[in-house]
Ligand binder design. Sequence first.
Ligand code: ADP
Ligand code: MG
Length: 319
Amino acid sequence: MSLGEFDLIAKFFTRAVKRAALGVGDDCALFATSPGMQLAVSSDMLVEGRHFLPTVPPQRLGHKALAVNLSDLAACGARPMAFTLALALPRVDETLLEGFARGLLALADAFECELIGGDTTQGPFNICITVFGEVPTGQALLRSGAQPGDDLYVSGTLGDARLALEAFRGTVVLDGAAFESTRLAMEQPQPRVALGMALRGIATSAIDVSDGLLGDLAHVLRRSGVGAEVWADALPRTAALHAMPLAWQRECTLAGGDDYELVFTAPPQHATRVATAALSARVDVTRIGSVSAMPGLRLLDSDRQPLANTFGAFDHFKS
Ligand code: ADP
Ligand code: MG
């Protein structure tokens, strides 16, 4: 016999809370915010077929559902505190739920981010998480702060998630090891929470790369009223992507999507502090260009020659 709604919540999604005053089980959860801090709130929805493939192992799906939300907190320099989980499920599949909850709650524990509530309903498979974080008042990293003359940086590597997606689609062929490593990047991204927090007071602007570098960077440039030069061939990439033809490397790094790395700007005089922040957060950071007063985004190749920007950012209603 399959579990009912409340048994399902009790079995998979109810845990003792440590930080919140009240967790799952009442009409609202309760948690206190600290004086001098602002609440950072963000929601992300994952829809089957749109954001994940039916082939994803449930544990990785649980991880990713929370990771993409933590990535938004990271982009603001906020510390994760709690989250809610709204789930639509076609049917109660305990094997799926067990794996999903395991991946989800392992990441939640790793970032001390508590599950405090949610909603559960029958329907097409859909996962919506809202995360709550905190950041000292006035210190959140915003999209709007980039200044002409700032250096432009990205964390980690770009493009692997897109490469894996293309392998699933059959447009590229990868060897076993490359397929597994890029698939892991696509299915189990690591949110750069420590880096975001370490960049408070150093970075002038930040965003997480979810829809492709160029598209997401364009949001920063527009909100900041500046332009940028991007060194296309200097974008960090893994050996798996490096083994692909240059055109694929550019497409995946510039417009790939699902990277969940941080793109941020900082004045040149803070270069050492950026390096120290990266070291403390245990993630590589690469300089990929400069911010300019001239609006627009200029792509340069490895010879510093202009590269035509024919790369499109992902848009749910245009693709
Ligand atoms: P209400 O009808 O008042 O909205 P529900 O009956 O939907 O409450 O939910 C009962 C309790 O279970 C609430 O505390 C709610 O936050 C929690 N809850 C429901 N679904 C989930 C879920 N997927 N994960 C965590 N908590 C959940
Ligand atoms: Mg409800």
